[in-house]
Design a protein around this ligand. Structure first.
Ligand SMILES: *[C@@H]1O[C@H](CO)[C@@H](O)[C@H](O)[C@H]1NC(C)=O
Ligand SMILES: *[C@@H]1O[C@H](CO)[C@@H](O)[C@H](O)[C@H]1NC(C)=O
Ligand SMILES: *[C@@H]1O[C@H](CO)[C@@H](O)[C@H](O)[C@H]1NC(C)=O
Ligand SMILES: *[C@@H]1O[C@H](CO)[C@@H](O)[C@H](O)[C@H]1NC(C)=O
Length: 530
């Protein structure tokens, strides 16, 4: 036993000596100092030409991602990026490139071929001609092509019909025409936000059928005729996410709107104006996420309006910021949300004029995040530490909350934001402060020093919640222990006094008896002797 442990110790010692003896590997070709290579200055090169001088020898073997942005670079060395053996993502953003700089940089030098999968060329001055000359040089394995914010006005599906491009971003290319010619079956994600785009296709063919495998489609900030693609002849069998936020929808909506996307899960309609009827969402049974922030719609308490969600039996996330929910009474709010109570996980009711938490919220057992910021809530009793077992985040910033009773906070809440409320800094606020400390909600404690302020009483006005600390004796409440202790003390005192009094009385009586007896004996003696 002893021998073997000595052996082990010797071996360990030996290895340690060898280990410490070897010099630290210097200039090792296989250790990479960085993989994410960002060019923030022109390096040794002239500022307006990006050349290999901007990189180290190490970089050519190591860089997986290269980002060059916000520089006054006009030219890029020919074939520069094919020198990077492992390069997967290349991003050139906000560069005043001239001529065919992008194309030249992507050309391959020698036998090196670009193995890029992601190419992002945002705001680098690409126009139709430059794009056309660039297309033949796109890397073979490209899956993501981002051409945001250039001046391209024509993009044909022919450009990508034979490629593996899944993600195409053409947003912010003003007045772009999408030519739907050859099919582009690889395309799954298309972003046309803020582009004032237009479709062109051969007459009689449904345009969308050229891109039949779309999963997400972003039309944000465009002028749209919904009925041109929201109909039973579209090819959107796979579409799961559709964004029409900030769109100017020119044809009035009907109850049937959005009924033709059988797999749709997420629908974003923020900031749109609904002039016709509110859609019934009748046939999109998979819908799990619906964003209706800032929707312009005449929302009054009519039977029709309190039933707008009646078909959404799978909805998990609902945003309806800036709706006039205060126009509905408690039972109408219950009707409105009751189809969602079993499934809803996130509910955002910011800026809705509510003055209390609707009681139907209590029924939402799967709710994880509830946002009620910027309302007029001063207190609530509809939820409590025993309700909403899955609620983790409760956001109630900028309401009218003066004090908080921790018993009305669901048990599992770990993120409870209350900044901007007019706190009444009295002893009654201490249970809340203690609750936060007990739960170790560090983020909130940090915010106490800057974002949470006392509004009243006068002597604390303007102080942060962090500095608010009333004298301990002011806030000590008579708890059960103290009361019991005091009661026991009193009892003891009574018992002691009582026994004392009893004993004194007895002694006095005995003395009296003795005195009497003694006296009578003396008297008898005297009588008999006389
Ligand atoms: C930058 O590169 C371009 C094209 O490669 C070349 O014509 C020009 O002379 C270069 N400018 C400087 C300052 O090196
Ligand atoms: C597209 O790909 C097919 C086979 O993968 C090939 O036969 C055809 O020539 C290609 N067309 C173009 C325009 O590259
Ligand atoms: C886009 O077209 C509109 C008219 O439809 C025009 O007013 C606007 O100037 C055009 N924008 C650009 C960048 O060409
Ligand atoms: C919208 O498109 C439909 C069908 O393509 C057409 O009948 C209708 O007139 C268009 N509406 C407007 C306002 O342009």
């Amino acid at each position: 036993m002893l021998q073997s442990s000595v052996k082990i110790a010797v071996i360990v010692l030996f290895f340690e000596i060898v280990w410490m003896g070897t010099p630290p590997s210097k200039g090792n070709r296989h250790t990479c100092s960085r993989k994410n290579c960002t060019v923030t200055h022109g390096g040794k090169a002239e500022l307006n030409n990006l050349t290999h001088h901007a990189f180290t020898d190490d970089d050519f073997n190591c860089c997986l991602f290269i980002t060059v942005q916000d520089l006054r670079i006009h030219f890029i060395q020919k074939g520069l990026f094919s020198k990077f053996v492992k390069l997967k993502r290349l991003s050139l953003h906000n560069l005043p490139l001239q001529g065919e700089a992008v194309k030249n940089s992507l050309m391959h030098s020698g036998k090196n071929k670009l193995k890029l999968t992601h190419l992002s060329l945002q705001n680098v001055g690409l126009n139709n001609e430059l794009l056309k000359s660039l297309i033949p040089y796109l890397p073979e394995k490209l899956t993501e092509l981002d051409l945001k914010k250039n001046t391209i006005t024509v993009f044909s599906t022919n450009f990508i019909s034979n490629t593996t491009v899944k993600y195409l971003n053409l947003s912010q290319n003003q007045n772009i025409t999408i030519m739907l010619e050859k099919g582009a079956p690889s395309l799954e994600h298309l972003d046309l936000a803020h582009s004032n785009f237009e479709w062109k296709t051969s007459p009689g063919i449904m345009p969308m059928c050229k891109i039949p495998n779309l999963i997400t489609l972003n039309f944000e900030g465009n002028r749209l005729n919904l009925s041109t693609f929201d109909n039973d002849m579209n090819c959107f069998g796979n579409l799961t996410s559709l964004c029409l936020s900030l769109c100017d929808i020119i044809d009035p909506m009907t109850k049937e709107s959005f009924s033709f996307f059988p797999r749709l899960k997420s629908l974003y309609l923020n900031g749109i104006s609904i002039k016709g009827l509110f859609p019934s969402f009748q046939n999109i049974t998979y819908l799990t996420e619906l964003s209706l922030n800032d929707v312009e719609y005449s929302f009054k308490s009519t039977l029709e309006n309190v039933n707008i969600f009646r078909n959404l039996h799978n909805l998990r996330r609902l945003k309806m910021q800036n709706w006039k929910l205060h126009l509905l009474n408690e039972s109408e709010l219950t009707t409105l949300f009751s189809p969602l109570v079993k499934t809803l996980e996130h509910l955002d009711l910011k800026l809705t004029g509510l003055s209390t938490i609707p009681s139907v919220v209590r029924e939402m057992d799967n709710l994880r995040k509830l946002t009620l910021s910027n309302n007029s809530i001063s207190s609530w009793e509809s939820i409590s530490e025993n309700s909403n077992k899955n609620l983790r985040s409760l956001f109630m910033e900028w309401n009218l909350i003066e004090t908080v009773n921790p018993h009305f906070i669901p048990e599992r809440v770990i993120d409870f934001r209350l900044e901007g409320n007019p706190f009444l800094c009295t002893c009654e606020l201490m249970p809340y402060k203690n609750w936060v400390k007990e739960k170790k909600l560090g983020e909130i404690i940090k915010d106490w020093t800057t974002k949470y302020h006392c509004f009243k009483p006068r002597q604390w006005t303007g102080h942060t919640l962090d500095t608010f600390s009333p004298k301990k004796t002011d806030c000590q409440d008579f708890n059960a222990y103290v009361i019991t202790a005091i009661a026991l003390c009193c009892l003891m005192v009574i018992i002691v006094i009582g026994t004392n009094v009893y004993i004194r009385r007895r002694e006095k009586n005995l003395l009296k008896k003795y005195n009497y007896y003694h006296d009578s004996r003396e008297r008898q003696k005297l009588l008999s002797s006389s």
